[in-house]
Design a protein around this ligand. Structure first.
Ligand code: HAM
Length: 436
């Protein structure tokens, strides 16, 4: 816009209608679903002490080392804007002494200082669920299925589920040593970051996007080759349950995820239509995280899904031509009070209603009703007031009818229904196949 003094910061977005409404629909689909699986909402602060993220997401993950928004506040505290939901949830569970097991879900903004590109923002929305205190592989499978059903409900077809296991405290060190030896022998082929990773956390090399590194890890020892019997059984049970649920998935030996707290099961939902940032969501088990926060040994598993990426790949639902909104039109200033009252009555009946107080003439009010994409106008003039009858005009068909005052809410509702102005929920065959 010419003359605009400030634009929004790089990597952020505005959501104006109807995108803001679509986003809310996605959030609401998620909330409803999470609640049907027994999760309850948790709201944690948008910023935490920097140590919360360092302790959990890890000192070797790119998210913590390169992407955190960390700042010192006026009181000299080091704080970090939430880069993901999980660490704050774990901190809050301990701080509020929630009795486990506890299933929690969240919806909220996250911040990562990455290079903005398609599907990658500096502020983005995450929706996620965390099952704290649940150790069974069946919970892992249920959560993996949850994400799948969520995407299917939104009409997203192009989504592959990848799963892997990265082992536990018992088996991981053996794998780490083998991987370290393998990488040391080939360190000339690795990028500078990966050379450092050999020592700090060689698993991170699997995540590197540099082509020579990708080639080099192709034949590297994978975590799955080193799983201990308990981890092996756990992973087999996860897979057996996914199959039982009729869910199609791929195993990916190189999937390790970019956060340090995972153990055993890790998974990701990939969409080919997203380009380089192809992960719609991901998660896994984190059986040591609660302990790392100073709590008792407690298993946990969860998933988080990116709202922007989900919206990018979900099919556009045709916007209804008209909104479920009734515009109350007054003919002369004498009826303004009655218009105001009628609008309030409709609202208390749960019907959205609006009055144009600024317009001088009826024509202007009809224009406003049209600009607001209202479904109908209810006209109040001196005659209407005297007879207790309103004239109801359908703005889609142009048809007009006389409605007794006491029936107005019912008639407006019938008109909304006739226009079918409400967006229809999406259900496709995949949902029917997966939904119990
Ligand atoms: P994550 O894979 O880092 O996992 O993020 C989850 C999702 O958030 C990604 O798949 C993506 O859709 C979205 N996302 C991440 N970064 C960005 C970005 N810069 N711009 C747009 N979208 C983004 C976690 O955050 C874990 N806490 C998941 C989890 C929950 N694990 C266990 N419980």
């Amino acid at each position: 816009m010419s003359g605009l003094k400030q634009s929004r910061p790089k990597g952020t977005q505005d959501f104006v209608p109807p995108d803001s409404e679509r986003r809310r629909q996605v959030e609401e689909t998620f909330r409803r679903m999470a609640e049907t699986y027994g999760y309850r909402e948790i709201i944690t602060p948008t910023f935490e002490h920097a140590a919360v993220f360092e302790k959990s997401s890890g000192t070797t993950s790119d998210i913590v080392t390169k992407e955190n928004y960390t700042f010192r506040d006026r009181g000299g505290r080091d704080l970090t804007l939430r880069a993901e939901g999980t660490p704050g949830v774990v901190r809050a569970v301990l701080e509020n002494r929630l009795r486990l097991p506890y299933r929690l879900y969240y919806v909220g903004p996250c911040f990562r200082y990455g290079r903005p590109q398609k599907g990658r923002f500096r502020e983005f929305g995450q929706v996620g669920i965390e099952a704290l205190g649940e150790a069974s592989p069946l919970t892992d499978a249920e959560i993996i299925a949850f994400g799948n059903i969520f995407f299917a409900r939104l009409g997203i077809r192009d989504c592959t589920t990848q799963v892997n296991s990265i082992g536990c405290r018992e088996c991981r060190p053996t794998h780490r040593d083998a991987l370290r030896r393998y990488l040391l022998e080939r360190q000339d082929l690795l990028c500078d970051d990966c050379k450092l990773r050999i020592d700090r956390n060689p698993l991170r090399v699997f995540d590197c996007k540099v082509e020579t590194c990708r080639q080099t890890v192709k034949d590297a020892p994978t975590p799955r080759q080193y799983l201990c019997p308990a981890c092996q059984t756990h992973f087999e049970q996860v897979q057996a349950d996914l199959t039982r649920r009729g869910l199609s998935y791929e195993t990916n030996d190189r999937l390790v995820r970019g956060l340090d707290y995972y153990s055993r099961t890790v998974f990701e939902y990939i969409s080919a239509s997203l380009g380089a940032q192809d992960s719609l969501g991901g998660g896994g088990r984190y059986d040591y995280l609660v302990e790392e926060f100073g709590g008792p040994p407690t298993p946990g598993v969860g998933v988080a899904i990116g709202l922007e990426r989900t919206m990018l790949v979900s099919p556009a639902t045709p916007a209804p031509a008209r909104r479920r909104l009734a515009f109350v039109v007054w003919l002369t200033e004498t009826e303004i009070a009655a218009a105001e009252q009628l609008a309030d009555r409709l609202r208390s009946d749960g019907i959205a209603a609006q009055v144009d107080y600024d317009a001088r003439k009826v024509k202007g009010q009809f224009k406003s009703a049209d600009a607001a994409a209202a479904a109908c106008c209810i006209v109040i003039g001196p005659d209407e007031l005297a007879k207790g009858i309103y004239s109801l005009k359908d703005l889609e068909t142009g048809s007009q009818s006389e409605v007794p005052a006491e029936n107005i809410s019912a008639e407006v509702r019938a008109l909304f229904a006739a226009q079918g102005s409400r967006g229809q929920g999406i259900k496709d065959s995949r949902v029917r196949a997966l939904d119990p």
